[in-house]
Design a protein around this ligand. Structure first.
Ligand code: SAH
Length: 227
């Protein structure tokens, strides 16, 4: 079973390289190292490497593999980066970022902060990340990620994995100069535009639309519901 899934993981990553979604070896290596099957519910284990979103409970899904790669490439993640993720979900994507910013066995120690609004998911993600040895590189926070996480700001990259009405002001403010924010902007239940925002200086930001995508709705102060 284990070997079969590893083989499927290699094939999935190879395909993303061939399609041009994965552009850098460091992203391929990260995705080859993280066992997605360990983060998703037992019932979906056999489909761990199907390139589509997978339900993780509480009406939420973990993103498709091409979306994970796309986000890592769009934000130009590299060793040493400090990353903030909004929408921690099952923790899989945070583990992939961790393998890029603080590769196993390397002296370079970047860090990933991931915020999840559903307490049960945050707890489960934390447990899985701990079991797989990511706890020194990933910090899971339970709360409203639209407010960002000032305690560790500013960030080289901020990745929002839920559909937003617009880019939350606190997130733009918590970017380093030169930092990158990717966020799906658009309607909560249909498609959104994956948007890349780069901080040019203290006041100036540059915005580029990368293409269409579909995410679950962002909640919280700057999301679709004020909880
Ligand atoms: N990156 C995740 C994908 C999560 S799906 C993974 O690797 O599995 C989006 C997640 O965003 C859901 O778990 C949802 O509960 C969460 N979410 C929605 N609004 C949020 C907010 N304001 N702050 C933090 N998490 C939020």
């Amino acid at each position: 079973m284990h070997e079969k899934l590893e083989k499927q993981r290699r094939i999935a990553v190879q395909r993303l390289i061939e399609f041009g979604v994965i552009k850098r070896k460091i992203v391929a290596d990260a995705m080859l190292r993280v066992p997605r099957e360990e983060f998703i519910p037992e019932t979906y284990r056999d489909s761990a490497y199907v390139d589509s979103p997978i339900p993780i409970g509480y009406g939420q899904t973990t993103s498709a593999l091409h979306m994970v790669a796309w986000m890592c490439e769009a934000t130009e993640l590299k060793p040493g980066d400090k990353v903030l993720e909004i929408g921690g979900g099952c923790g899989y994507m945070a583990a992939v970022y961790a393998e890029i910013v603080a590769p196993r066995g390397s002296e370079v120690r970047g860090h990933v902060y991931t915020i999840e609004i559903i307490g049960e998911l945050a707890k489960k993600a934390e447990e899985t990340l701990r079991r797989l040895g990511y706890h020194d590189r990933v910090t899971v926070i339970h709360g409203d990620g639209t407010l960002g996480y000032r305690e560790a700001a500013p960030y080289d990259a901020i990745i929002v994995t839920a559909a937003a009405p617009g880019a939350p002001k606190p997130l733009k403010e918590q970017l380093k100069i030169g930092g990158r924010l990717v966020i799906p902007i658009g309607s909560p239940y249909y498609t959104q535009e994956l948007t890349l925002i780069r901080r040019i200086d203290e006041e100036k930001y540059e915005e580029v639309e990368l293409g269409g995508c579909v995410f679950v709705p962002l909640r919280g102060k700057y999301g679709w519901t004020r909880d």
